[in-house]
Design a protein around this ligand. Structure first.
Ligand SMILES: Cc1ncc(COP(=O)(O)O)c(C=O)c1O
Length: 396
């Protein structure tokens, strides 16, 4: 008997995996310049430091790190993660920190805890592809909140809450993926107020917060939350190493934290103890500030080179001016199809992600997302020249 599509759960049938993963297959072509990914630079990774800390914690804790552990996390890591989150402005103590396998898992556990099939989840549009996929896997109905250059438009979000009565809103407030936009201070306060007024949980996904190259840091939405409606999702992927799959969720609502822990028991039992202990040692050794200062210095130069490269693009091209993060978002002159531009760009040896993939409802064909962290400056300059040429030729 043949294995047919009908064997799959109904909600999984239309889900074909991340467009970016498909694009990655093209990147192996020789000479290809990639603005498509969202990885930290390899030069930001510190194998020697991780190796040293790994040896240290294994000598310190021995077999404890190699045994099964508690689902709610490794105690010392919960303490140091709470202290780290407190410095970010997040209000939590160690007992409210859930170590997770990246921010992705925090969101997955929230969806698992809250969302019934058909439930509305409010999200930005465009938004992070991984989150779109996760919401679809739980059969959520995605409703897009209008945004502008200061992030989610609060009045529009309130109208959607009144219309749809969602349990959950998903927001990436700082250097948003894919746009690079940051939610303003007033709107952070206002969203926290809406959450408690209407009883909506906000999933505040903030993995880029410390990759700031200019401007002043803003307090998290969670810092304005008095009642436990905002779940703050941090991650060490972009700061230390995505391969370690470690993040920390601050969940100050005890029943919600309990449900997420129960959801995690069946998902993976617990996050790897060795990785929790390594990141704990990293934070306790005070390595984070100097590390962030170094990588932000490099990323700023790469971002500036990319922004400068827009001079090669045809008149009428718009782009965001992010103060941090890993992405620049561009709107091509009306009528230029980003999907066709992608095909032509790959032929010319440069790749990006067509912006349409980040919209839950598709459309917006003239948009694209560019990542600058994985190329050195001469490569960014050359990639922007190639891309500008391709897009200029599509116009003429
Ligand atoms: C907005 C956003 N959230 C979450 C993630 C997932 O990161 P993690 O490695 O922490 O699961 C990413 C990764 O690109 C992201 O851009």
């Amino acid at each position: 008997m043949q294995f047919t599509e009908e064997k799959f759960a109904r909600h999984m049938r239309p889900i074909n995996g991340s467009a970016i993963r498909e694009i990655f297959k093209l990147l192996a072509r020789p000479g290809m310049i990639s603005f498509a990914g969202g990885n930290p630079s390899n030069t930001a990774l510190e194998p020697e430091v991780i190796s040293e800390l790994s040896g240290k914690v294994l000598s310190q804790y021995g077999t404890t790190l190699l045994q099964y552990g508690a689902t709610d996390g490794f105690g010392p890591f919960r303490e140091s993660a709470a202290a780290f989150l407190n410095t970010e402005g997040v209000k939590c103590d160690a007992s409210q920190v859930l170590p997770v396998q990246g921010g992705s898992q925090a969101f997955d556990l929230l969806l698992k805890a809250l969302v019934d099939p058909g439930d509305v989840v409010l999200c930005e549009s465009p938004t992070f592809l991984g989150a779109i996929q996760a919401m679809r896997e739980y059969n959520a109905r995605l409703v897009a909140m209008p945004t502008d250059e200061n992030g989610v438009i609060v009045e529009a979000a309130e109208a959607l809450i009144k219309e749809h009565h969602p349990k959950l809103m998903y927001v990436i407030p700082t250097f948003q993926n894919p746009t690079g936009i940051t939610l303003s201070l007033e709107r952070r306060k206002a969203l926290a107020a809406l959450a408690s007024q209407y009883g909506v949980v906000i999933a505040e996904d903030d993995p880029y917060r410390d990759l700031r190259y200019s401007g002043e840091p803003l307090p998290p939405i969670q810092s304005f939350d008095e009642e436990g409606w905002v779940v703050y999702m941090s991650s060490f992927s972009k700061y230390i190493a995505p391969g370690m799959r470690l993040g920390a969720a601050a969940v100050t609502n005890p029943p919600l934290l309990r449900k997420m822990v129960i959801g995690k028991q069946s998902a993976d039992v617990h996050s790897p103890l060795l990785n929790q202990a390594i990141v704990d040692a990293y934070l306790r050794a005070g390595l984070m500030p100097a590390h962030l200062a170094r990588i932000c210095g490099d990323y700023k130069k790469q971002l500036d080179a990319m922004l400068d490269g827009f001079k090669c693009f045809p008149a009428g091209t718009k782009h965001t001016l992010p103060q941090g993060g890993l992405f620049v978002w561009s709107e091509l002159p009306e009528g230029v199809d980003g999907l066709k531009a992608f095909e032509a760009a790959v032929e010319a040896g440069v790749a990006f992600v067509p912006g349409t993939h980040f919209y839950p409802d598709g459309g917006h064909l003239n948009t694209l997302r560019l990542n600058f962290s994985m190329c050195d400056i001469p490569t960014i300059e050359e990639g922007m020249r190639r891309l500008g040429k391709v897009i200029s030729e599509m116009r003429s």
